[in-house]
Design a protein around this ligand. Structure first.
Ligand SMILES: O=C(O)C(=O)Cc1ccccc1
Length: 310
């Protein structure tokens, strides 16, 4: 039985890339959308049951991970990823009416917005001080508030705030894509599709020599493709890290289930973050970790040996 989700928190205010990504999720049509100022607030809204789900940015193809999202998944009450959404991102530069590139002294954006436009900004507004805002859309609202002169944001955010477009497509990489995740309180993962991702956090046993190699080996020996590995400090003390892992396959796939059991044996702790359809898998079979012929052959052989037949 699938649970109906009706209230979606997201990194707001309206006009963020996160809102645009959320609107591509068919189930959100007619749902209540709850803009939150920061990623931790969006995640907390789900934990407190003020929202059924939250969409937050996880990583970008140019700038990498969004640390508050990783930290929010690794700590606190457990949350689960139900779906991922990929969105190409293009940035424009907006300011108040009458401004031009020579008069802009301050430019604000989300840290990923500033990072992805830094080359363009250095070349075209070298005099400008760069200011970090909680989101690109908050940066646009900040121009209206008079907090700074200009914002790097999505066209919708510039238009919503009736700002003047100073430049279009100011991103350094035209192919930039951001990966967002829809998180819920823990629930049964969606059924396998044959093209799924499994995400987890491995807290390795630090006193164990070769602990990370053991973790990787659990996947490698079962022929499971690891698609991402990212470390974050656990914040206990310097030198303590946890590892965010994504692999092809679904927790209901025999091989993935066995790898998770293996991790449970070798790690200090394992936090399962979810199994969900891989976005952009353009044909069935991407991200599959179903038993191969070699696996069924091995299972059959073991059964025969146990039965005294081989
Ligand atoms: O600030 C936003 O609009 C977001 O949704 C976060 C973000 C920022 C920059 C690139 C992609 C997502």
């Amino acid at each position: 039985m699938s649970v109906e989700l009706t209230r979606y928190a997201y990194l707001g205010p309206a006009g963020t890339f996160t809102e645009q990504a959320l609107r591509t999720v068919p189930e959100t049509a007619g749902a209540e959308l709850l803009p939150m100022v920061t990623v931790p607030e969006a995640l907390q809204a789900v934990r407190d049951a003020r929202a059924d789900a939250a969409l937050v940015p996880l990583e970008n193809s140019v700038e990498g991970a969004v640390p508050p999202t990783l930290d929010g998944l690794a700590g606190g009450e457990r949350l689960m990823i139900k779906r991922e959404v990929l969105l190409p991102v293009t940035f424009n530069l907006y300011a108040s009416a009458g401004a031009d590139l020579t008069t802009v002294k301050t430019v604000a954006s989300h840290p990923h917005g500033l990072a992805q436009c830094q080359g363009w900004l250095r070349r075209h507004v070298p005099q400008a001080e760069l200011i970090t805002a909680p989101s690109t859309s908050d940066a646009a609202e900040g121009v209206v508030r008079g907090d700074w002169d200009a914002a790097v944001c999505a066209p919708v955010a510039g238009q919503r705030n009736q700002l003047e477009e100073l430049a279009v497509d100011v991103g350094d990489n035209a192919a930039a894509v951001t990966r967002f995740i829809l998180v819920t309180r823990p629930m049964r993962p969606p059924a396998p599709t044959g093209a799924d991702v499994t995400s987890l956090v491995a807290f390795i046993a630090h006193d164990r020599t070769g602990a990370l190699l053991e973790v990787l080996t659990e996947f490698a020996v079962r022929g499971i493709n690891l698609t991402r590995i990212e470390s974050r400090p656990t914040k206990e003390r310097i030198g303590r890290y946890c590892f965010f892992l994504d692999c092809d396959g679904h927790i209901e796939d025999a091989r993935v289930g066995e790898a998770l059991m293996g991790l449970r044996r070798v790690c200090a702790d394992v936090r399962f973050l979810g199994s969900y359809p891989r976005a952009g898998a353009d044909h069935e079979g991407d991200g599959r970790a179903e038993p191969s012929d070699a696996d069924s052959d091995a299972a059959g052989w073991l059964a025969r040996v146990r039965a005294g037949e081989a």
